[in-house]
Design a protein around this ligand. Structure first.
Ligand code: NAD
Length: 459
């Protein structure tokens, strides 16, 4: 087997051969990828079921279906996206024509997490290939079945010098990060994001960091409590809360808090039954380490619903916590599990105190029917993206860029934004020869006032 540096240097040689610059070649291989993924639909469901009891329905809506729609989008639009884009020239460069060329970076490294293991490995791969790069994908070591399936699919479709996978944990990722890449796309936790950024900085490699954080959900007293309880139950407990943009905690107007809690209890039971451990639709926590982490978060918390943990089956019940202190365990780090703390507010200062206690989150959700309140929240707080009167759904629109800000990450993708992420914008001006104004040429004597006027007129 080739070592990491051999694989990378083979990919670099392939990139230099210019084969990936051919659009028909890219589209053709993406079509093959689509066919292979479609042929493996049942295998994808089986792998995710085996890895953490994810249901076929959830796998389809949150992974498989999204991958297929990205593939369709790119196959149908790549020819248009890749065309050099003509932009207006400035009068200062008269006479000329200006263009933006899309140029692949070269050798790309994609590092994926475990929580949406299929989607978060394959989607960056699709866009990196569409943009003309070579790719090495490092899927998560925690989802053995899905990661092996990803490796099989990639091996079957791509020549190794165009795209391949390398499997392994921290040691393998560390070795990958020692190499010089032309682009690194990382999805994972904030601490590992910092390790990736540091390794990339050594070689001045550009990075996208898709990280996490504590995403709040603000609820005022103008809402339909039953409706939002239904939407929140879906957004929080999908994937058993192991979603980077899941509502991490609620900040609810004190006057509707009790009503909301009762509605949430009814909704959770409606969606997952009296005992969610028996529900075929409720996933498990990925491993014992994460289960222990969640158990520690529950220590000393005021549990008002759920709270059961079964170590044998790695089950953590959908759980509601009432009014945790901002210094308590549960409010320290991203929860990343099926536990929902509920804080209350009386006025806008209370909201500010809570939100500014944390770094800029990946998502923020507002449930309200009051336009000025919504506007104020959107204006005041910085966060990656979000939704009004729902959660998670902004992830599903490929026209919206997806990514964090500050500690929740840098860079965006999804749809054309993904293609742009993996492309360098090469700026080119083509100078026309039919005129050559002499003003810029030395000797400059007597030209300064005239050039100042030109700048004022045309800049
Ligand atoms: P993680 O950071 O532990 O692991 C991500 C990847 O990094 C894995 O492939 C892993 O092998 C590798 N890795 C782990 N430790 C490393 C180290 N010390 N050095 C080098 N590489 C290392 O994240 P995770 O537990 O797989 O995923 C959960 C996190 O990912 C959460 O914080 C979640 O919010 C975030 N996430 C973000 C998004 C997003 O789109 N922004 C999506 C999914 C998950």
């Amino acid at each position: 087997m080739n070592t990491i540096s051999e694989l990378l240097s083979n990919q670099r040689a392939f990139f230099k051969s210019q084969k990936t610059k051919n659009i028909a070649y890219r589209i053709n291989i993406l079509k093959q990828l689509k066919a292979e993924i479609e042929a493996n639909e049942q295998a994808v469901y089986a792998a995710l079921k085996a890895d953490f009891n994810k249901s076929e329905f959830e796998t389809f809506i949150s992974e498989f279906g999204l991958v297929l729609s990205e593939l369709n989008l790119v196959i149908n639009n790549l020819k248009r996206w890749i065309k050099p884009k003509r932009v207006k020239s400035s009068m200062l460069t008269f006479p000329s024509k200006s263009y933006i060329y899309k140029e692949p970076y070269g050798a790309v490294l994609v590092i994926a997490p475990w929580n949406y293991p299929f989607l978060l490995a394959i989607e960056p791969l699709i866009m990196a290939i569409a943009a003309g790069n070579t790719v090495i994908v490092k899927p998560s070591e925690l989802t053995k079945n899905t990661s092996q399936l990803i490796a099989n699919i990639i091996d079957k479709v791509f020549p190794e010098n165009l795209a391949t996978t390398i499997q392994g944990g921290v040691d393998v990722t560390s070795e990958l990060l020692e190499q010089k890449w032309d682009y690194i796309f990382f999805t994972g936790s904030i601490p590992v994001g910092k390790i990736v950024a540091k390794a990339a900085a050594k070689h001045l490699t550009p990075v996208t960091l898709e990280l996490g954080g504590k995403s709040p959900c603000i609820i005022d007293d103008t809402v339909d409590v039953k409706l939002i309880a239904r939407r929140l139950t879906w957004g929080k407990f999908l994937n058993a809360g192991q979603t980077c943009i899941a509502p991490d905690y609620l900040i609810v107007k004190a006057s509707v808090k009790l009503q909301l809690i009762e509605a949430l209890k009814i909704e959770i039971t409606k969606q997952y039954g009296d005992n969610p451990e028996k529900s075929p639709d409720f996933p498990r926590v990925i491993n014992n380490k994460n289960l222990l982490r969640l158990e520690n978060m529950l220590e000393g918390a005021n549990i008002i619903f759920g709270g059961t943990i079964n170590k044998k089956s790695r089950y953590c019940a959908p759980t509601l916590i009432d009014e945790p202190d901002l210094t308590s365990n549960i409010m320290q780090d991203e929860i990343f599990g099926p536990i929902l703390p509920i804080l209350s507010y009386n006025n806008k200062n209370d909201i500010e105190t809570i939100i500014w206690n944390f770094e800029k989150p990946l998502a923020l959700y507002i449930f309200s029917n009051t336009k000025p309140f919504i506007k104020q929240i959107l204006n005041k707080y910085s966060f990656g993206g979000g939704a009004i009167n729902d959660s998670l759904i902004h992830f599903g629109n490929h026209r919206l860029p997806f990514g964090g800000v500050g500690a929740s990450g840098m860079g965006v993708y999804h749809g054309k934004h993904g293609f742009d992420t993996f492309s360098h914008n090469k700026a080119i001006i083509k100078r026309d020869n039919w005129a050559d104004p002499s003003i810029r040429y030395a000797p400059y004597k007597g030209k300064l006032n005239l050039i100042k006027k030109v700048f004022k007129l045309f800049s």
